[in-house]
Ligand binder design. Structure first.
Ligand code: UTP
Length: 413
């Protein structure tokens, strides 16, 4: 062990991260072991380069951005039935699995506990998890199958999430039979000097690696293997915070199958050119999403001959993938973006620091950064009021209040 610690000290010195062992002696044996394992798992070169990237000016590149084609669910005419028949057949045959990404921190909402446990204020007081499970079970029943449900958690919220489900008897699902939980990856947080933070528990302060971590997490945790055993060929991936998410959609399935594409994503019309949403597009000829922070004003405002925004198909985190594509994407590292966040930590002298504002970087991969790996992607425009009621902020836009309203309207409550 001593020899091991000496080696670790050398590595830490090389990367100016010696402070990570400052509190080592004070930890109990189990935590010492944990800390050592954490340090051994860190890719210091990666962390260095991620930190250096935070210093770089964001480069705006619009030259390779082009519009992407889409289908409007309202205007499929004769094809509607055709897609429906094909999609329903695949769903009845048990080829669909649903994945809910529930590893986020939900900082804007400020709810104590996993976001999925949040009660949006309906008369029933059902949590987001229960609302999602209601819809999944209802759809499954319609097609005579139980849609297997995979829930991605994070190190931070996994235990609370599983406990919550257990308390509610998994909403009728059976753990490890048709409902599965798996954890996403994590990356250490660093301060403005590039030093990795130590958290209040004396261990490295890590944060979930973004929703882009989904592909790697599905593969690494054996979830795609499990899906294959269950006969799954298509995976719907959605967020936990859209209480109208339609995880089972024969039209989306039918389009993906009929058009022979490896993925199909849903969009809603961007409310106005300034709306803070990412939109589907093509980057270097490949499917992609351009963030509202990246899109030049002229491009955001450009309209076609029918008066519609050319870049107006908002990405709503509702996408269907072929299992082969997920496995391929899960093996390819994604770029990380940095976010400046508020993080309590233990300084090099052992004192707890509780900052008033953001003080540290967290690194996240975005789900859509992997779309470039796809050969092609079909985009299906759906109605916002039928499929998109996100809970992001504590008040105002995309809040429990707006989501509740949309939910009630849709279900005519
Ligand atoms: P958001 O990007 O809205 O993040 O996640 P969030 O964590 O819910 O909220 P803020 O930004 O901290 O306020 C969109 C979806 O992606 C999931 C979230 O749980 C949500 O369903 N997500 C996000 C993860 O599963 N893991 C992550 O690391 C990030």
């Amino acid at each position: 062990m001593e020899e091991n610690i000496e080696n670790i000290r050398k590595t830490l010195k090389k990367y100016s991260q010696e402070h990570l062992l400052n509190g080592y002696e004070k930890l109990d044996e189990a935590k010492q072991k944990q800390l050592v394992e954490q340090i051994e798992g860190i890719d210091f070169e990666l962390i260095n380069s991620l930190y250096n990237n935070t210093k770089k000016e964001f480069e705006k590149t619009d030259s390779s951005i082009t519009p992407i084609e889409y289908l409007d669910k309202e205007k499929l005419n004769g094809y509607y039935k055709e897609y429906q028949t094909v999609g329903e057949k695949a769903i009845r045959a048990g080829k669909l699995a649903a994945v809910t990404m529930a590893g986020g921190q939900g900082t804007r909402l400020g709810h104590k506990g996993p976001k999925g446990t949040f009660d949006i204020g309906l008369e029933t007081h059902k949590s987001l998890f229960e609302l999602l499970s209601d819809s999944l079970k209802e759809q499954g029943k319609k097609y005579g199958v139980t849609i297997p449900w995979f829930i991605m958690t994070s190190e931070e919220n996994n235990d609370d999430t599983v406990e919550f489900f257990a308390k509610h008897r998994f909403f009728g699902y059976e753990k490890d039979k048709n409902i599965f939980f798996f954890k996403q990856g994590e990356l250490p947080m660093v301060d403005t000097e590039g030093r990795i933070l130590i958290g209040e528990n004396g261990l490295i302060k890590e944060a979930a690696d973004g929703h882009g971590g989904i592909y790697e997490a599905l593969v690494k945790n054996g979830m795609t293997k499990k899906m294959r055993e269950l006969g799954v060929e298509w995976i719907f991936i959605g967020g936990v915070d859209n209480c109208l998410v339609k995880m089972v959609d024969p039209i989306l399935m039918g389009i993906a199958i009929e058009k022979n594409v490896t993925a199909a994503g849903k969009s809603v019309v961007k409310a106005n050119p300034q709306e803070k949403v990412g939109v589907f597009c093509k980057k270097n000829g490949k499917p992609s999403v351009i963030e509202y922070t990246e899109i030049p004003k002229e491009m955001a405002e450009a309209k076609d001959e029918r008066g519609e925004l050319i870049y107006g198909e908002s990405h709503i985190l509702c996408n269907l993938f072929n299992i082969d594509a997920v496995e391929r994407m899960g093996k390819k590292p994604l770029p990380y973006h940095s976010a400046f966040k508020k993080a309590t930590y233990i300084d090099k002298d052992g004192n707890k620091v509780e900052p008033d504002g953001p003080n540290a970087y967290k690194f996240e991969a975005f789900l859509f950064d992997a779309f470039g790996e796809l050969d092609d992607m079909a985009i299906l425009r759906v109605k916002r009021e039928e499929e998109f009621a996100p809970v992001k902020n504590a008040a105002g836009v995309d809040s429990p209040e707006t989501a509740r309203e949309l939910y009630r309207k849709f279900y005519q409550l």
